[in-house]
Design a protein around this ligand. Structure first.
Ligand SMILES: O=c1ccn([C@H]2C[C@H](O)[C@@H](COP(=O)(O)OP(=O)(O)OP(=O)(O)O)O2)c(=O)[nH]1
Ligand SMILES: [Mg+2]
Length: 143
């Protein structure tokens, strides 16, 4: 995949940490630390600019370790990177704990999953096909 990295601190390209990992860990690319107070959010730059093939998207997801230990999440999870986006990939971090969290340069703040997706064409119809579920939802099948 085409990629352009603005690498202020030489973090290299995002990597799969194990052989069959789904997520590529994303490093914060910072000039200085960012302190995130409780319930604060921040857009963390990654230094990564890429060109996804058409028909693919990238999903930005939290890392469970940071979520569990520090209450850190990705506010818009899963963030969506469109194939035609040419800007810098950024991570919208939120601190859901009661303690401040300091984001450091190079820290693996989130992970990115590359996935195929469809684009649909609308076809307007008068009637929709019947189904067993019909309009049932929101607990309609019981606990
Ligand atoms: O976590 C994210 C989410 C989005 N983006 C970039 C890539 C994406 O292609 C673009 C637009 O994202 P989205 O469609 O979620 O945002 P929007 O609020 O709908 O903005 P837009 O009107 O630009 O589509 O912003 C990121 O870098 N990180
Ligand atoms: Mg959008």
């Amino acid at each position: 995949m085409k990629v352009k990295v603005i690498n202020k601190s030489k973090h290299g390209l995002p990597q799969y940490q194990t052989a069959a990992a789904a997520g590529l860990d994303l490093n914060a690319n910072l000039d200085q630390d960012i302190e995130l107070k409780p319930l604060e959010r921040v857009l963390v730059p990654t230094g990564l600019f890429m060109e996804l093939p058409v028909g693919f998207e990238a999903q930005i997801r939290p890392r469970s370790g940071l979520a569990f230990k520090h209450g850190l999440s990705v506010l818009n999870s899963p963030g969506t990177i469109d194939a035609d986006y040419r800007g810098e990939v950024k991570v919208l971090l939120v601190n859901l704990s009661n303690e401040p969290f300091v984001v450091k340069d190079g820290e693996r703040v989130a992970q990115m999953v590359i996935a195929r997706h469809e684009q649909i064409q609308w076809e307007e119809v008068a009637l929709l096909e019947d189904s067993e579920r019909a309009a049932g939802g929101f607990g309609s099948t019981g606990k």
